[in-house]
Design a protein around this ligand. Structure first.
Ligand code: C2E
Ligand code: CA
Ligand code: CA
Length: 636
């Protein structure tokens, strides 16, 4: 029964009594008693009002509580909803019982459907072996309070098949005594996001064509290795290799960019297949690759791999039924021996690579300090040569060639001299190869032909007696399509009879395009110009094709002449060359004879023409005129 009703009944009963008593009291005029009754009525009334008030208050409070409960219910629902809709799952490690428990979502996220609680050990095995130590350490730090909150991205493997990325967040719960009791956390699958990031990273740090790290990634990896070395005081040696293909531009220009791209992919794969596991192979631009070989024990390891790689590149790479041949120049520098800094190491590798190129390409070079000097010198020479013509620093010298049978001047070999304002006198043996590699030889070569033909024409107009002046030609000059036309123009401009002109070529020019070279030289021969094959014996010297070449003279290289008076074997070779040349109707000239003994030996072998310091060093045109032409030189 409720309070209100009880009070009402009590009041009504009381009032009944009052009504019964009241008239009688009034009749009895017992007013004292009447007041007492009224007083107790008042007390009762107050009690009643108070009771009603309390009830009202309770009612209000009850309403409020109900409202609050509704809110709580709602927020619980919401919480559940939130938990269900977020991708995070909640987990907990009880550090006392060593048990692991998780929300249902954990199973959905991880694909791990083992029911019930698991031990920590069960859970640890999902962490990849290589990360376990680090992760364990991180959790120890969390338990010890060294970190308050721990977050990491981890690759986990829940199904034994694939590793997937997860974001783990966790914190430690402690009892009032501060002792860690639980680690609670969340886990979120981030493989899609991570894969996306990896894609973006790939674009940023990888060369898409060859699927190798790019320069940026290579450099940061190398920097990390150097830092590791510094912090750990390790004594590991690393090698940085710089590989540059020797003929990539030609392939790209002649076969097209698609072939070029295919070649680069093939080369990258060959390099990857050749290099040891753990080596970082990176295409850093064009046809250039950097390689980082870690923990080198012996330099011979690297040499062996370079040789292997060269031989693989030399075998034809098949692209669309076409065979493409290539080779590479490789520069090698060793960390920390050659340098302790990324920039220095890369510069060294570059220097060593250029050294390999300058020494004839298709080879490898280990960096050494003197190479830097050579590279700087090379750059200075190339720079100087560009202005040498305009600055009037070039001059032709002439070295006499003597006919020792008839004791007369056979002619001269024209040799270029460069007296650089900045570098002083530079030997042609040093600057001609640089002029060839830089392509400067084409313009310089035209100038040489013009100057020598002018000189020749002038001397002939003065009536001097000699057969020819020989001009040295570089292979690159002959490759120029305009060569024949230019030559004809110079001959007609300088009004020189072509029979007084000889050209000196080397065997290397036949290596490029044999048929084209034969055609060109035949056309030149038809003009009446004679052709000498220079440095015979040092190159390929294939006797079988000698007869097919449109040449008139064989020049036996100085290196054979040097030893004919001391080395019987060399003497036999020179004897053989002379015999052979005579047999196929070629003139022979021996170059670099310095002693009387050499001259006599050569004479005895039937060599009738000789050029060498024994008679004269190369001289300026004025000196030649003075010493050889005006005096109508006759051998003493
Ligand atoms: P090369 O064509 O074999 O020239 C012969 C070289 O041997 C010349 O050196 C000459 O001075 C040197 N020589 C001749 N007789 C003797 C001797 O008895 N003893 C010694 N020790 N040396 C002797 P140079 O003038 O220094 O030329 C070196 C090379 O530079 C030439 O070798 C040639 O390959 C190149 N070269 C020189 N001038 C020209 C040029 O006008 N055009 C081109 N394309 N190359 C040139
Ligand atoms: Ca020569
Ligand atoms: Ca020569």
């Amino acid at each position: 029964m409720n309070v209100k009703k009880t009070v009402k009944i009590k009041i009504s009963k009381f009032m009944e009594k009052v009504y019964i008593i009241f008239p009688s009291l009034l009749i009895k005029k017992d007013l004292k008693r009447f007041y007492e009754i009224l007083k107790s009525y008042k007390k009762f009334y107050i009690a009643y009002v108070q009771a009603v008030d309390v009830k009202e208050k309770l009612k209000v409070q009850y309403g409020k509580i109900n409202k609050k409960l509704a809110i709580i219910e709602k927020s619980e629902e919401k919480y559940q909803l939130t938990l269900d809709s977020t991708y995070d799952a909640v987990w907990e490690i009880d550090l006392i019982t060593k048990m692991f428990s998780s929300s249902n979502r954990f199973n959905d996220i991880t694909g791990y459907y083992k029911e019930g609680v698991n031990s920590i050990e069960d859970i640890v095995k999902f962490v990849l072996e290589e990360d376990r130590k680090i992760v364990k350490n991180d959790f120890i730090n969390l338990i010890n309070g060294r970190v308050l909150y721990y977050q990491c991205r981890l690759k986990l493997n829940f199904n034994g098949i694939e590793n997937r990325w997860f974001l783990i967040r966790s914190m430690c719960l402690r009892n009032t005594g501060g002792v860690a009791t639980k680690i609670v956390g969340s886990i979120l699958g981030i493989s899609i996001q991570r894969n996306f990031e990896e894609e973006i990273n790939k674009l940023k740090y990888y060369d898409i064509l060859t699927d190798t790290p790019n320069r940026k990634l290579f450099i940061s990896t190398l920097e990390n290795e150097i830092i590791k070395h510094k912090t750990n005081y390790k004594y590991a040696k690393h090698a940085v290799l710089f590989i540059d293909l020797d003929n990539f531009k030609e392939i790209n220009d002649t076969l097209g960019h698609n072939y070029g791209d295919e070649l680069l992919i093939n080369v990258a794969n060959l390099i990857k297949a050749t290099m040891p596991k753990g080596a970082l192979v990176s295409r850093v631009g064009g046809d250039e690759f950097f390689i980082l070989m870690r923990n080198i024990k012996e330099y011979s390891e690297i040499s062996r791999l370079c040789v292997k790689l060269q031989s693989l590149l030399n075998c034809a790479i098949k692209i669309d039924e076409k065979h493409v041949y290539t080779s590479a120049s490789i520069g090698i520098t060793i960390f920390p021996n050659d340098g302790y800094d990324t920039n220095i190491l890369l510069k060294n590798a570059d220097t060593a690579m250029y050294s390999a190129k300058n020494n004839g390409k298709a080879r490898y070079s280990f960096f050494n300090e003197s190479m830097s000097f050579i590279i700087v010198r090379r750059a200075e020479i190339e720079k100087g040569l560009r202005n040498a013509l305009a600055n009037n620093e070039l001059e032709m010298y002439y070295q006499p060639q003597i006919d020792i049978i008839n004791n007369k001047l056979k002619g001269f070999e024209a040799l270029l001299r460069w007296n650089s304002a900045k570098l002083g006198k530079v030997s042609p043996a040093e600057f001609i190869p640089i002029a060839e590699q830089s392509g400067l030889i084409v313009s310089i070569g035209d100038w040489i032909i013009k100057m020598v033909c002018l000189q020749n024409s002038l001397w002939k107009s003065k009536g001097y007696l000699y057969d020819t002046i020989a001009i040295n030609l570089s292979g690159i000059q002959l490759q120029n399509d305009d060569f024949e036309e230019n030559l004809k123009n110079i001959i007609s401009e300088t009004k020189i009879n072509p029979k007084f002109v000889e050209l000196e070529i080397t065997e290397s020019i036949f290596m490029k395009d044999f048929d084209r070279s034969i055609k060109l030289l035949t056309a030149i021969r038809e003009l009446g110009i004679t052709i000498a094959l220079d440095d015979f014996g040092t190159g390929y010297s294939s006797l079988s094709y000698l007869k097919r070449l449109p040449i008139t003279t064989l020049k036996i290289d100085k290196s054979f002449i040097d030893n004919i008076d001391t080395n019987e074997r060399e003497k036999v070779i020179v004897d053989g060359i002379i015999l052979l040349a005579q047999k196929i109707g070629l003139d022979v000239i021996a170059e670099g004879a310095e002693t009387k003994k050499q001259i006599e030996l050569l004479k005895g072998m039937g060599c009738n023409q000789i050029q060498g310091y024994y008679f004269s060093k190369p001289l300026s045109a004025n000196e030649i005129e003075e010493k050889f032409l005006r005096t109508n030189y006759i051998n003493q």
